[in-house]
Design a protein around this ligand. Structure first.
Ligand SMILES: Cc1cc2nc3c(=O)[nH]c(=O)nc-3n(C[C@H](O)[C@H](O)[C@H](O)COP(=O)(O)O)c2cc1C
Length: 342
């Protein structure tokens, strides 16, 4: 196997990354050839996984009845999600197309078998959610491979986990990770639809990168590659469009103001605010995120597992603090001091 990528190969990889989109509304009905489906599933299967566990399965859904059943659950979940927003924001939400379940020729559910390689897994012992994250790596491999094959993929998470399990016969011990819609498309959008429709903007990379400790700025890291990197040899129209520069610094282009988007989305905080504050303020609100509402009660298996992971780690930290005789408030005060010193 070749060790290095040629410049053209590297460009091709970046092209797939920057021109990948979440597709909801542009699916064409023509079938996806089996050999293409096999290739992208193989790409997913070559994702990294904790302890080389390969905990995934792929349920390929083409039966219109199964799709309709899942779509009916989406409709219910989406109504619940919409009700979590108010006023203009709700009205904007109701106009978003957030799935392509019935139009896409193929639907695909990626699952996680948490017991695939026994109860003790190399790399998972202290961070139990790692098998779930491994499956998400498989999703991303598949998404990029599909883009390279000219196929669109849309992730639908506005679903009730129980309904999904029932529709697909997924047993209790298996965790559904992703429900994807897949197929040829009329075109790929240049920009995330949630951005063009005014829901939320891409954050400046420089606000998200820290060096050595939380919130210590790394000003030498430039803004997003999509804004700056010139990718050679990319002539295709959709990719040219996907590289249309975004504003270099959103907060410079859009001066901070309280409600730049309908429904009270908060403005991006001024440069004087910390990077985390700016990133937070650019969000659509603190609690409700498109596609996350149906599981916002955190009753899903994934959510429970991540919470368990956090509390395990929290407990480990707490016990180490008490063992050394330090109250957690002292630790918090010390870390606050360190933060303000940095
Ligand atoms: C875990 C996850 C769940 C998502 N759920 C949904 C969803 O239910 N409906 C939807 O329209 N998009 C969903 N998306 C797609 C995001 O909205 C999309 O990735 C984001 O707006 C950025 O756009 P892009 O993927 O085109 O770059 C999901 C994406 C991820 C990673």
């Amino acid at each position: 196997m070749e060790e290095d990528f040629t410049a053209a190969e590297r460009d091709a990889l970046y092209k797939a990354i920057f021109s990948r989109r979440d597709v909801r509304g542009q699916f064409r009905p023509d079938p996806v050839p089996d050999e293409v489906l096999t290739r992208i599933l193989l790409a997913a299967h070559h994702a990294p996984s904790v302890g080389f566990m390969q905990p995934w399965n792929f349920i390929v859904v083409t039966d219109p009845q199964v799709k309709s059943r899942i779509h009916a659950d989406f409709a219910r979940a989406n109504e619940e999600a919409e009700a979590m927003f108010d006023g203009e924001r709700r009205s904007l939400y109701s106009r978003l197309k957030l799935e392509g379940i019935r139009e896409a020729p193929v639907n695909l559910c990626i699952t996680c078998d948490r017991e695939r390689s026994g109860s003790v897994v190399l790399g998972r012992t202290h961070m139990p959610a790692m098998d779930l994250y491994s499956c998400v790596c498989a999703v991303q491999n598949l998404w990029l491979a599909a883009r390279a094959e000219g196929l669109g993929v849309g992730w639908v998470s506005i679903l009730h986990e129980d309904a999904l399990r029932e529709a697909l016969g997924i047993p209790e011990r298996i965790v559904p990770i992703a429900y994807l819609c897949l197929g040829h498309v009329t075109h790929f959008e240049a920009t995330p639809e949630l951005e063009t429709k005014g829901w939320r903007k891409r954050l400046p990379l420089e606000d998200l990168v820290f060096r050595d400790r939380w919130e210590r700025r790394a000003p030498e890291i430039p803004s997003p590659p999509g804004e700056r990197v010139r990718v050679r040899g990319s002539r295709s129209k959709d990719f040219q469009a996907s590289r249309t520069p975004q504003p270099h610094r959103l907060h410079a282009v859009h001066p901070p103001h309280p409600s730049p988007l309908p429904g009270g989305e908060r403005g991006i905080a001024p440069p004087s605010a910390g990077p985390t504050q700016r990133a937070r303020n650019a969000s659509s609100g603190p609690a409700v995120i498109v596609g996350r509402a149906a599981s916002s009660s955190c009753s899903s298996a994934v959510c429970r597992s991540v919470q368990a992971d956090r509390s395990t780690r929290g407990a480990a930290v707490a016990s180490s603090h008490s063992a050394s005789g330090r109250a957690s408030s002292t630790v918090q005060a010390a870390s606050k001091r360190a933060r303000s010193a940095s």
